[in-house]
Design a protein. Sequence first.
Length: 370
Amino acid sequence: MPILKIEQVDIYKMYIPLHEPFVISLGKIENAENIIVVIRTNNGITGFGECSPYLSINGESIDTCFIVGQYLAKALKGQDPIDIKECSRRMNSTIFGNNSIKSAFDMALYDIASQYAGLPLYEFLGGKNDRSLFTDMTVSIGEPEKMAADALKYKDAGFTAIKVKLGQSKEEDVERIRQIRLAIGNDIPLRIDANQGWKVKTAIEILQALEEFKIQHCEEPIARWKFMKLKKVKDNSPIPIMADETCCDHHDAERLINLEACDSINIKLGKSGGLYNAKKIVEQADKIEMPMQVGGFMESRLGMTASAHLSLSSPNIHYCDFDTPLMFTADPVKGGIIYLPNGEVKTPVEPGLGASIDEAWLQKMEKVTI
Ligand SMILES: [Mg+2]
């Protein structure tokens, strides 16, 4: 008989307005529309998880997650939360895909398992809190002047790397980077993300035209379904190519690595289905010392805390993209990662995830209990 048992699952809808719309080539976001999953066990340990579904990336919304989450909760009720392999198997046999909502459950299970083990989550994942994590800060796609002003604002605030959303025409995108570099100078690392916005030929032209601007890497230059062409882009690009939307889970990572289609991988728990699969991506990348980034969708500090723990699990995770909580007009999270003004991220050291949602906030949210 297992010692621990899942007794109750609460699923909440959490809406938080952003200071200003976040705009990428796939569309505009004005509010974080996230799901919080709270798993309660028979011995009093409670686990928290979060996901931030994105319709055009993982095909899920806050409403689909709220419904599918109820299927998953029913499949997990009565199970041993420490047996994450079996819990994952149950979730996957309940419904295909839906990795965003699965990641919220996975996060809550890891919170429980690491609390039970008496270890901070990074240590439970095999990592050490022996280095500093720094998040970049992202500039939304828009008019070049506004983007340059935003980039300068973030540089002046102390951030150590700036990420820029691109993915439109060659003229517009090159002009954006030209004006940004003019504003911020050449010393601060600049990363770009086209969010699948370019055609293969245009991607190569743009990446070559951007060579002089010292770009650290480019995320997802072309449509995700054109992954067979990604190697061609990579081979012709002076800028390293990072797979993002193309690489959801460990199966995608294996395929991209075998195809030699990218120089690096961006891991997001909402794409992989959570930490269980993310660890498998990390294992594969570690074998060939491929650099990784850990990023997110529009999670609060709760979800980003899990991402920070994951980032400490491998020395090959070089980049963190945890800036979305800094765009929120409110912060419902208790505990969790702390941001220093220069973008340095401090990860909690107590057992478990080390983050939860404030009880007063939980009481205001639409909720279903299984
Ligand atoms: Mg990206």
